[in-house]
Design a protein around this ligand. Structure first.
Ligand code: HEM
Length: 329
């Protein structure tokens, strides 16, 4: 068994390396798309300084941007459709009500519009800012080259968000299918769920696991009893307030591989997280990422680049919005 997962780890590492060597660009996206296009301003450096200033006073911006990027890319592709204001737009859909980070994107957009109007897409600002936040949250070993050249979409529907964003209790095979529908494989899915290395969930997503799993009147047997007790103290069965708990209770606000170690210790918070460690299809990758035989710092970036290329608009498609919250007239 150990030999099999060791072999799988080697095949996985070689496959990832090959992908990097032969596919430096994804689709029509490219590294450094904005070089020389913003009146002498370094677009990526501008975004980075805004993210760094925010991170210095609020580390939770890392989690906010990771989730914002994921929720953008899974609904009509990475086209910043999640940013559009108005009744019935994506951001009004239930899974998006706790998404944060919009103000940081606005700030970066305003600054870039003042130097080079109509050049930098909102979709690229999200991708660049997320990469910068990940590096701040995890250290320079998490650096990856972000691909740019996305354009912004014109359509944003709450119904698309509800239909495309995966639920918190999916089985591993359902999660694999949801990611496959977006062109991502099972390994990408395990790596990307590693985004839960930072941030929080509201208690409402886990009350059934703590108090009445599958109608048994008992906690989920796949959760460490001491961990159940700790979570129950934060999440009373009946409460007027929907409290929050960390997703990675090892190192809650650092980007690292602790999330996978927590899963192996049955300390996964969402059911979908814990399922990765329980299912034969994903357990080997979880173990390898937890032990470090697969390097989370080097592989997470590759998976983020893949996620960032889902159904992108490029060339003359879509538009470059003037305000990220409004489609251009
Ligand atoms: C099957 C896939 C996924 C499911 C079902 C899922 C589900 C959830 C849920 C239920 C929450 C808590 C929301 C709340 O309480 O308000 C959450 C938070 C979060 N998710 Fe996911 N997620 C998935 C994949 C991802 C991916 C791919 C990423 C990033 C690469 C990601 C990043 C995050 C982050 C950072 C948070 C914390 C947000 C914060 O603290 O504000 N998730 N996720």
């Amino acid at each position: 068994m150990a030999a099999t997962s060791g072999f799988a780890a080697v095949v996985f590492a070689i496959a990832s390396l090959l992908c990097l060597t032969i596919a430096p660009t994804r689709g029509a996206l490219q590294a450094g798309f904005y070089k020389g296009k913003c009146n002498g301003t370094d677009v990526e450096a501008t975004v980075k300084s805004i993210v760094a200033a925010r991170f210095a006073r609020d580390r939770s911006i890392v989690a906010a941007l990771l989730r914002l990027h994921f929720h953008d890319c899974f609904v009509r592709g990475c086209d910043a459709s999640i940013l559009i204001d108005g009744s019935g737009t994506e951001k009004t859909a239930p899974p998006n009500l706790s998404v944060r980070g919009y103000d940081l994107v606005d700030q970066a957009k305003a600054q870039l519009e003042s130097t080079c109007p109509g050049v930098v897409s909102c979709a690229d600002i999200i991708a660049i800012a997320t990469r910068d936040a990940v590096v701040l949250g995890g250290g320079t070993q998490y650096t990856y080259v972000v691909q740019t050249g996305r354009r912004d979409g014109n359509i944003s529907l709450a119904s698309d968000a509800s239909a495309n964003l995966p639920g918190a209790s999916l089985s591993a095979s359902q999660a694999i299918a949801a990611f496959r529908a977006k062109g991502l494989n099972a390994s990408d899915m395990v790596l990307l769920l590693g985004g839960h290395t930072v941030g929080i969930t509201h208690c409402s997503f886990i009350l059934n696991r703590l108090y009445n799993y599958n109608g048994t009147g008992k906690p989920d047997p796949d959760m460490d009893p001491a961990f159940v007790a700790m979570l129950k103290s934060r999440c009373p069965q009946t409460s007027a307030v929907d409290n929050s708990v960390f997703l990675d209770n090892g190192t809650p606000s650092t980007v690292d591989n602790s999330y996978y170690k927590q899963l192996l210790a049955k300390r996964g918070v969402l059911k979908v997280d814990q399922n990765l460690a329980m299912d034969a299809a994903t357990n080997g990758t979880v173990k390898s990422l937890a032990s470090g035989s697969l390097s989370f710092p080097s592989l997470f970036g590759n998976a983020m680049v893949k996620m960032g290329s889902i159904q992108v608009l490029t060339g003359t498609q879509g538009q470059i919005r003037k305000s990220c919250r409004v489609v251009n007239k």
